[in-house]
Design a protein around this ligand. Structure first.
Ligand code: AMP
Ligand code: MG
Length: 483
């Protein structure tokens, strides 16, 4: 792998140089060969399981890598923590993939750093496998996300509620710059570092802004656009992030940090599974509001760069940030329109979209199953009549709307199929697979599950094994940070 380390160039306030703590007995249990190919990892390395285990546990350092733990702050559940940072992760460096994109390679669970705050710096096998499955499933679903290259077990145990096998997961991301990274420097009134960070972010993610006279305002605008798209995509597939703290909000617009995440079964905007989210701050339907809140925190950090006079800076930023809810609603409705086969969304369609969603909610219907059936109903009389029973007048209105648009059935079907998966990483299947990994130390079932998840809009022979909604409607399902 051909490493470079541009983040190190930002200066020592941005990170701590720190090497991973070696582990007893590294063993590669999951490997993403498609991603490895994208990263142009040499065949020599790819074929050497032992070496892969050594390198992706951090026991050996890849040539050119200069491991660091990055500094950041963050609002966690609304409360500001001035210093968080990578307490159990090492950024090995950046590589350029075969499309010319610069990507971060990060080990997570690779030992303590100065940011560990009393934590053990480690990760259990469950959260590592969860991150691999969920992020690869999200990528296949077409949702912007960090990726996973490898999971290596350590041969050591970590203590959480019980003793669990330890593991290290290799995360691949467009970058690890978070809103919390800006907050880290803003909290110290370090305007020079903020400027450096902004310019780096622009160079790396939004180079089209470089020459813009108002590039910092432009940066906020770009991040708004990306977050709107991201959260709308989460809501398309029923994803609940679960811990949308500002340190888990990436400037690149990727989903990052698969901690207590879950998939919604029955449609209900108030759905929450995270055991620590007792107030429902990060409920499914709250996600747009929280993204807006997080963006506002970013905008606050950038005020001094936009205008030396705070009032003037606020005047410039406020309209942009205040527009978020309306802009989100537009993107969200267009997305729902596509889920329902509307070739072009009209404002008048809003009523239809919400009447269908309300009906799905009232009838406690499964979100994924219902949109899959709606797609299939275009080609099946039986399914259409079943849905007509359940959705009542909303179904008729929808059919009427479809019949009035100028598009053939196949085109509408393809549009719907593209936006409505037949299978998602349902919570009970994810849990069953993770439990098996914990017990066997192998990822055989995880790989089998992933094979299906990698074709989320196609019914393969094994797909039906994973489509069933939870028998108890996930009534008592709880997720944990796993930290
Ligand atoms: P997260 O909940 O993963 O977003 O992490 C929040 C913060 O806690 C980050 O600064 C992490 O590095 C830190 N952290 C989480 N788990 C551990 C751990 N086992 N050891 C040390 N730091 C941790
Ligand atoms: Mg995090």
């Amino acid at each position: 792998m051909n490493f470079s380390n541009t983040y190190i160039g930002l200066g020592k306030d941005f990170y701590e140089k720190n090497r991973p703590t070696p582990v007893r007995e590294p063993r590669l249990i999951m490997w993403n060969s498609r991603l490895a190919e994208q990263l142009m990892i040499s065949n020599e390395l790819k074929q050497d399981q032992i070496a892969l285990g050594q390198y992706f546990s951090g026991n050996r350092i890849l040539p050119g890598s200069e491991p660091i733990a990055t500094a950041y702050a963050g609002h966690q559940f609304g409360h500001f923590v001035p210093q968080l940072g990578d307490g159990r992760a090492h950024l090995l460096g950046e590589v350029i993939d075969k499309f010319g994109q610069r990507l971060d390679i990060q080990l997570k669970g690779s030992g303590t750093t100065k940011f560990s705050r009393g934590g053990d710096g480690r990760c259990a096998i469950g959260p590592a496998v969860r991150e691999f499955i969920m992020s690869e499933a999200m990528n296949a679903l077409g949702v912007p996300t960090t990726r996973c290259l490898a999971v290596v077990t350590t041969g050591e145990q970590v203590f959480r509620n019980s003793l669990l096998p330890g593991a290290i997961v290799t995360r691949v991301a467009s970058s690890h710059i978070r809103i919390g990274t800006f907050q880290f420097f803003a909290a110290q009134n370090d305007h020079q570092a903020l400027k450096t960070l902004c310019n780096y972010t622009i160079e790396r993610h939004y180079p089209e802004l470089k020459e813009s006279p108002n590039k910092y305002l432009g940066l906020i605008e770009k991040v708004i656009e990306k977050q709107i798209h991201l959260v709308s995509e989460w809501m398309r597939v029923g994803f609940i992030h679960g811990v949308m703290n500002t340190d888990n909000t990436s400037l690149s617009g990727e989903t990052i940090d698969y901690g207590p995440c879950a998939m919604m079964g029955e449609y209900d905007p108030l759905t929450v599974y995270s055991s620590i989210d007792t107030m429902g701050r990060y409920a499914f339907g709250k996600q747009p509001e929280i993204a807006h809140w997080n963006i506002t925190r970013l905008a606050e950090c950038l005020l001094p760069l936009i205008n030396a006079e705070t009032n003037k800076a606020i005047e410039q930023v406020e309209p942009l940030v205040a527009d978020f809810p309306d802009r989100f609603m537009q993107v969200y409705m267009e997305m729902l329109g596509r889920k329902l086969g509307l070739i072009s969304f009209q404002q008048e369609d809003q009523k239809l979209l919400f009447s269908i969603l309300n009906r799905i909610k009232e009838r406690n219907m499964d979100y994924t199953v219902t949109f899959d059936l709606l797609t299939k109903s275009l080609k099946s009389e039986a399914i259409a009549s079943q849905l007509k029973n359940e959705l009542g007048g909303s179904f008729d209105l929808w059919q009427k709307r479809l019949s009035e648009q100028d598009a053939n059935l196949q085109k509408v079907h393809d549009l719907m199929r593209q936006h409505n998966p037949v299978v998602i990483p349902r919570n009970h299947h994810v849990e069953a697979v993770i439990q098996d990994c914990e017990q066997t130390g192998e990822a055989t079932l995880a790989e089998k599950f992933l094979k299906v998840l990698l074709s989320p809009c196609e019914e393969l022979t094994e797909t039906s094994l994973y489509q069933d909604p939870p028998k108890d409607g996930d009534e008592n399902y709880q997720t944990f940070c796993g930290t």
